[in-house]
Design a protein around this ligand. Structure first.
Ligand code: NAD
Length: 474
């Protein structure tokens, strides 16, 4: 752990394992309640001077962290593949995406402007000033163990907040490596604190109830997000919640089915389906059903599962046994209720996959609302296909979910695409685009997918308060 600029190791530890092999790859300290308090104290003391630094000083440090992160890109990516299991190429992409937030917010730090506002009284002047919200408690997940850290820390640091980070218990080594990057960049002691915990609940409770923490930034499941949001509300804290998703993907009659199948095979199986923006219901118009399913199945059959260190493997392990069981139970439920299995549908245990948590990339067709997978987030390598016939109905079907994070549309007709973009109740919509994400673009969801946005100019507002000055002139 990294508290007040010191590395803390003398605690009981918990083990970190490689989900591809089951091997233990490290151990990290299990924080005590005193550690949580010490980290919050350090952040709150450091805030006094950090918030007085100039935007140019903060920008310079973020810029330096960006340089260090890129110089360590290979090392960070290899660590991520060992700890989380994703293919090395995907880890390299994530380190780059994570670094992008440092650069973007290093630049944005200098563009935090207030306003002058005309008054109806000629002897009155209004000005506003943007000020940092204060100490931030950040909680991050394991599926994107580096970029979810920088997506929160970079804007918080840019505006002059200090923070305590608690990473997921499955991927604390990536967080430790990021703390080293920030330390080397020269951030003052106490500005960034990292605590690791086997049991996240007490840390969450402290973040929500300690009056010195002014904002909670959380990425994780909707169930935990709702719980934390309720706890934070009791103490009137600002929150950002990046939660679960259940993305629809619609292939319209005027789309190219082969192009759609290619794109959706890529985005669905990215990170082995363990992504909040992963398509969870693929609606294909019946005129394309046969061509789409043939192309999708052919592509999915070519995906190879295994160690992320072997070139050519694109399917990594699931994060733990419970995740694997959840995926399989959704698939078995769908099959029992009449879905058709095109490929996959079982755990993979042959050869080197024996020790890991691998599930065969799966295509299901004939998925209906009676099946659990139609409404429940899967977070695994399963592509559920729904065949539809009515273009007007499909938009309502796509919106029929408690989630509102991402949606995808395939169409070669401008009017169809615009109408779909306007009708879909989701925060991020890819139109013939499977990667609608960037440090410069706002990321976040509606409904049970969360509150607030990360990245972009919206992402920096989440860490700012607006102060109004009214001046009466004599
Ligand atoms: P999770 O909610 O179990 O865990 C996420 C984080 O919350 C971890 O750090 C965990 O330790 C912590 N946590 C768990 N219980 C807690 C508690 N009671 N108090 C405080 N902290 C607690 O989620 P998960 O299943 O590990 O992660 C996957 C989920 O995250 C999926 O639902 C996915 O969609 C979502 N996610 C969302 C985004 C987004 O940007 N919207 C990005 C990545 C993941």
């Amino acid at each position: 752990m990294y508290i007040d600029g010191q590395w803390v190791t003398e605690r009981s530890h918990f083990l970190v394992t490689n989900p591809a092999s089951g091997d233990v790859i490290g151990e990290v300290p299990d924080c005590t309640s005193e550690d949580i308090d010490a980290a919050i104290t350090a952040a709150s003391e450091a805030l006094k001077s950090w918030k007085q630094t100039t935007a140019y000083e903060r920008s310079g440090l973020l810029y330096r962290a960006w340089e260090i992160m890129l110089s360590r890109k290979q090392e960070l990516a290899e660590l991520m593949t060992r700890e989380q299991g994703k293919p090395l190429k995907a880890s390299l992409n994530e380190v780059q995406y994570g670094a992008d937030f440092l650069l973007w917010f290093a630049e944005e730090a200098k563009r935090i402007n207030g306003q002058t506002i005309p008054s109806s009284r000629d002897n009155q002047r209004f000005i506003t000033q943007k000020v940092p919200v204060g100490v931030v408690g950040a909680i991050t997940p394991w599926n994107y163990p580096i970029s979810m850290i920088t997506r929160k820390l970079a804007p918080a640091l840019a505006v002059g907040c200090t923070l305590v980070l608690k990473p997921a218990e499955q991927t604390p080594l990536c967080a430790k490596a990021m703390a080293e990057v920030f330390e080397e960049a020269g951030f003052p002691a106490g500005v960034i604190n990292v605590i690791t915990s086997r049991d996240p609940a007490p840390v969450g409770e402290a973040f929500c109830s300690d009056p010195r923490i002014r904002k909670l930034a959380f990425t994780g499941s909707t169930a935990v997000g709702k719980k934390l949001n309720a706890q934070a509300a009791a103490h009137m804290k600002r929150v950002s919640m990046e939660l679960g998703g259940h993305a629809p993907a619609i292939v319209f009659p005027d789309a190219d089915p082969a192009h759609a199948a290619k794109g959706l095979s890529l985005v669905k199986f990215l990170n082995t389906g363990q992504a909040c923006i992963s398509p969870n219901r693929i609606f294909v118009h019946r005129v394309h059903a046969e061509a789409f399913l043939a192309e999708l199945t052919a592509r999915v059959c070519r995906l190879k599962a295994g160690s992320g260190f072997e070139a050519g493997n694109s399917i990594g392990p699931l994060i733990n046994e419970a995740a694997l069981q959840k995926v399989d139970s959704q698939v078995q439920d769908a099959l029992a209720k009449g879905a058709t299995l095109y490929t996959g549908g079982h755990r993979l245990t042959d050869g080197e996959l024996r020790g890991g948590l691998f599930y065969a990339p799966t295509v299901l067709a004939g998925v209906t609302p009676e099946m659990r997978i139609y409404y429940e987030e899967t977070f695994g390598p399963v592509a559920p296909v729904v065949i539809y016939g009515d273009e007007d109905d499909v938009l309502a079907m796509a919106n029929d979910t408690e989630y509102g994070l991402a949606a995808y549309v395939y169409s070669n007709n401008l009017s169809t695409a615009v109408k779909a973009f306007e009708a879909l109740e989701f925060g991020i919509i890819g139109i013939n685009d499977i990667n609608p994400t960037s440090a410069a673009a706002p990321f976040g969801g509606m409904k049970s997918s969360g509150l607030g946005r990360e990245g972009a100019q919206e992402g920096i507002e989440e860490y700012l308060e607006t102060k109004l000055g009214g001046f009466a002139l004599g």
